[in-house]
Design a protein around this ligand. Structure first.
Ligand SMILES: [Zn+2]
Length: 92
């Protein structure tokens, strides 16, 4: 099952109309391994670890960090936008 399109920073539903979108980050070594595994297993690339959803409020900041891997960018974004709710857990 595909993940619902919600912003990884705030958990808001992706609002494409207002400019929310997916951001493709630099692939880390583990992402490259994931690509290889995916190729070998014929796994569809619908939600790779280096492609993440952002709402219109967070997309600009995310795009500015897309030269980093998602893990690196996420740390910076979380510092920049500390969430009030600690409900959303993040696993690398
Ligand atoms: Zn957001």
């Amino acid at each position: 099952m595909a993940k619902p399109p919600i912003c990884v920073i705030c958990g808001e539903k992706m609002d494409e109309i207002n400019g929310g979108d997916m951001v493709w980050f630099k692939r880390s070594e583990s992402d490259l391994k994931w690509n290889k595994w995916q190729e070998e297993n014929g796994f569809p690339e619908d939600h790779p670890p280096y492609g993440q959803i952002f709402c219109s409020k967070h997309i600009t900041a995310a795009q500015q960090l897309s030269h980093l891997t998602y893990g690196e960018a996420f740390k910076i974004l979380k510092n920049k936008f500390p969430s009030k709710k600690s409900k959303t857990s993040f696993k690398l």
